[in-house]
Ligand binder design. Structure first.
Ligand code: PLP
Length: 412
């Protein structure tokens, strides 16, 4: 059959994360006990007062479309949040509420990118960034980083990656997958480079702002002369355990938000009125002095400690049938010979190893150098050393058994 699909779609890989999540769901439905760490989802329930607000909205007959860019009450709550948490002074006309942060990113890419434009992606990066660029027929250019720089790019690297075709750079701090957080000084040093290239827009994805185990993250738009060129993206998915509610938002100078609304009105119309109404309540959370959902992650119960099989996916070829925990291969995220592991998984591994060795963590052969104390982790050294070839990395009595069910990394 002749391939009638558009070039854009033919060029697009299937999202590896979503493929792995779908596979995990399928296996769960078939009765297998699967822990899926593929999608970035807090394992908490949405707080009750947010759920109650949604129920109330339904009962009160909130069933209509909202304005394309979102309820004014929600946009005002977002402005208040930015003033309170980020020292950013947006006005409601500089905000577009979307069905998740992902849609905000896709919208702004549609608004700014022409075929052939270049998008700079500091690696490792979230898989959707490159796909979103491809959908706009733009070219994505990875800027590599390593554990030596705490998975951050340097101003020199940024300068070297810029060409006359560069239109956008994506920053994501706290970062998925590395967990790294740029300091204000580091962001200011990158801004100095961008000052010399006024044609470049900055997308600052701050969705993990509150799932943060290090320094408080800094908003790129808070750098005085970057405000006009920065699109700040955030949402409720991660901080409030509301991934399925699909509320995100993009904030930018009005010329950009007006253009974003054009894309939005012809594709999505608006985010769900019920979720928007509940989001207003959620955003008041800090004002009420309650802890963020993310703050509770450190207290989450440990993963089951016995016989946990771990599968690493390469692309959509996900060998999780024989495993219970699903991890991402680093090469999907711009870091070869690596796997991605959530902070929580890491903590549980550490706990189990700690226990098994009678509190002598120094005995753990892989501990030094590979445990990266942040939300996400990239375990490059073991894989680089070819340890993925081993079918059993640790067997510690009844403690955690990491069994790599599939080889992963470059060339695998
Ligand atoms: C870095 C990053 N940005 C954005 C998103 C999407 O967030 P949302 O669920 O609000 O679309 C994710 C989801 O995993 C993410 O990891």
């Amino acid at each position: 059959m002749i391939n009638k699909l558009s070039k854009r779609i033919n060029n697009l890989p299937v999202s590896a994360t979503l493929a792995m999540a779908a596979k995990a769901r399928e296996l769960k439905a078939a009765g297998k006990d699967i822990i899926s760490l593929s999608l970035g989802e807090p394992d908490f329930n949405t707080p009750d007062f947010i759920k109650d607000a949604a129920i109330e909205a339904i009962n009160e007959g909130y069933n209509s479309y909202t304005p394309v860019d979102g309820y004014v009450e929600l946009k005002e709550a977002i402005c208040t949040k930015f003033k309170r948490d980020n020292n950013l002074h947006y006005t409601p006309n500089q905000i577009v509420v979307s069905t998740g942060a992902k849609q905000s990113i896709a919208n702004i890419a549609q608004v700014l990118l022409n075929p052939g434009d270049e998008v700079l992606l500091p690696a490792p990066y979230w898989v959707s960034y490159s796909a979103i660029a491809i959908l706009c027929e733009a070219t994505f250019v990875e800027i590599p980083s390593t554990i030596d720089t705490d998975f951050k790019i340097t101003p020199e690297q940024l300068e070297a990656a810029i060409t006359p075709k560069t239109k956008m750079v994506f920053f994501n701090s706290p970062n998925n997958p590395s967990g790294t957080i740029y300091t204000e000084e580091e962001y200011r040093a990158l801004a100095k480079v961008l000052e010399k290239h006024p044609q470049i827009y900055i997308l600052s994805d701050e969705i993990y702002e509150h799932i943060n185990y290090g320094i408080k993250s800094f908003s790129f738009a808070a750098i005085e002369n970057m405000f006009e060129r920065t699109i700040t993206v955030n949402g409720l998915a991660k901080a409030f355990a509301m991934t399925g509610w699909r509320i995100g938002y993009a904030c930018a100078p009005a010329a950009l938000t007006e253009a974003m609304m054009k894309v939005h009105q012809y594709s999505m119309m608006c985010a769900s009125i019920i979720a928007q109404d509940a989001a207003v309540e959620a955003l008041k959370l800090k004002a009420r002095g309650l802890a963020f959902v993310g703050d509770g992650i450190n207290d989450a119960p440990a993963l089951a400690s016995a016989d946990v099989g771990i599968a690493v996916g390469t692309g959509t070829d996900v060998a999780i049938e024989s495993a219970d925990v699903v991890l991402m291969s680093g090469d999907l995220l711009g870091v070869v010979n690596a796997i991605e592991m959530s902070r929580r998984t890491l903590r549980n591994i550490k706990q189990n190893l700690f226990w098994a060795f009678g509190y002598n963590v120094a005995l753990i052969p892989v501990a030094a150098g590979i445990l990266y104390p942040s939300f996400g982790i990239v375990l490059s050294p073991i894989l680089a050393a070819g340890a993925m070839a081993l079918s059993s990395v640790f067997v510690l009595g009844n403690a955690l058994r990491l069994r790599f069910a599939a080889a992963a990394g470059a060339g695998a």
